[in-house]
Design a protein around this ligand. Structure first.
Ligand SMILES: [Zn+2]
Ligand SMILES: [Zn+2]
Length: 370
């Protein structure tokens, strides 16, 4: 009899996830099958769940197996896979970290070594979960890692709770601060202290930022941002207007603003104030606003006369994944990496997990499939 595994099927916004069983795939040469240990609900998962991002309009085939921020162990190895991307021997049962998207390696972007811009990098979500290999997302018992993946073995001191956020939120801000060319001694402002935001605080400090200012309106998030290295926090409840927040950031930075300001809220309404917080010659790093079609209003002359720049970023290069993992290993005593996952839910309670995270008091809910 064919072995089967469970996964959460997404039928579209407003419809509950459904748990279904599918045949467990045998990996092709060069591929591998991962047994999921933990899969987080990321901010972008909330966008499609709430309907801010419409999968039907985007042409994604439903039903889908969603979820992308996850970690697990090697369940089956395809022919020819003997090591991880660092050359370490790889065997069934090893805990691993991997990219959840798959640059094709042969398009114009890939030929230029701009893998994060490969137009078909999310090929795993261009087919429904009804189609082989079925397990194409993180909310299930397995994940099919296609051939030519970037994968790194995990050592025991990094728990599943610490590791689950690495392949999306954490490496995303790691790549962002690298591409924004943050230099030692500069100031950083973080708009939004959710999962991405608290990771950004730690990465900015480790890259040498002299000051890291986190903006949010929930006590537990502001407290976590401080534990992750924020030197100052701006509380939305106290500074309740955009003007007040811009003034507060200026006051904290001797009138200068942030050399790098990260947008991690995911709402276009924060872009104007974020730009006004950006120092002359500074960079506004846009990561959070992934909802296609939403519009932001701002004064473009502010960018010109201040010699500012705006950088957009989706996904990252494989070297960022390795760098982020290495940074975590070196700072295990310094930051509470395992605390970003605040609540755990079994796979069967996935609908409840989304509802709880939507209320905002769950920093990151993790789905545990077993
Ligand atoms: Zn994510
Ligand atoms: Zn490509």
């Amino acid at each position: 009899m064919t072995e089967t595994g469970r996964l959460a099927v997404f039928h579209g916004t407003g419809k509950p996830f459904e748990i279904r069983e599918y045949p467990v795939p045998d990996p092709e040469p060069g591929a591998m099958l991962i047994r999921i240990a933990l899969a987080n609900i990321c901010g972008s998962d909330m966008h499609y769940w709430r309907g801010e991002q419409n999968y039907e309009k985007m042409g994604r085939p439903l039903p889908l197996n969603t979820g992308h921020e996850h970690v697990g162990t090697v369940a089956r190895l395809g022919a020819g896979v003997t090591t991880d991307s660092a050359g370490q021997p790889l065997a069934v049962g090893d805990r691993v970290l991997y990219r959840y998207f798959f640059p094709c390696g042969r398009c114009k972007a890939c030929l230029r070594r701009q893998y994060k811009s490969c137009p078909v990098r999310q090929a795993n979500w261009l087919v429904s979960c009804e189609v082989w290999p079925h397990f194409q997302g993180g909310f299930g018992q397995y994940f099919y890692l296609r051939p030519n993946h970037a994968v790194f073995k995990l050592t025991p001191e990094i728990s599943d709770e610490m590791a689950a956020g690495i392949n999306c939120a954490y490496t995303q801000v790691f790549a962002g601060l690298d591409i924004a060319q943050l230099r030692a001694g500069q100031t950083v402002v973080v708009q939004g202290a959710g999962g991405l935001g608290v990771y950004a605080c730690a990465v900015a400090r480790e890259m040498g930022a002299s000051q890291v200012i986190a903006i949010d309106g929930l006590d537990e998030r502001l407290e976590l941002a401080r534990q992750f290295g924020a030197t100052d926090v701006v509380d939305l409840r106290r500074d309740s207007t955009a003007d007040a927040r811009v003034a507060r950031v200026k006051e904290l930075t001797d009138g200068w603003g942030g050399d790098v300001v990260l947008e991690l809220v995911g709402h276009p309404g924060v872009v104007d104030e974020g730009l006004r917080m950006t120092a002359p010659e500074g960079t506004y790093l846009e990561i959070g606003n992934i909802n296609v079609g939403w519009k932001a209003e701002f004064d473009p002359s502010w960018i010109i006369f201040g010699n500012r720049r705006i950088i957009g970023l989706a996904h990252y290069e494989a070297e960022h994944l390795r760098g982020a993992l290495d940074l975590m290993r070196r700072t295990l005593q310094k930051y509470p990496w395992g605390r970003v996952v605040s609540h755990k839910f079994p796979l069967e309670a996935i609908n409840e997990a989304f509802a709880e995270q939507d209320k905002g008091h769950v920093t990151r809910a993790a789905i545990v499939p077993n």
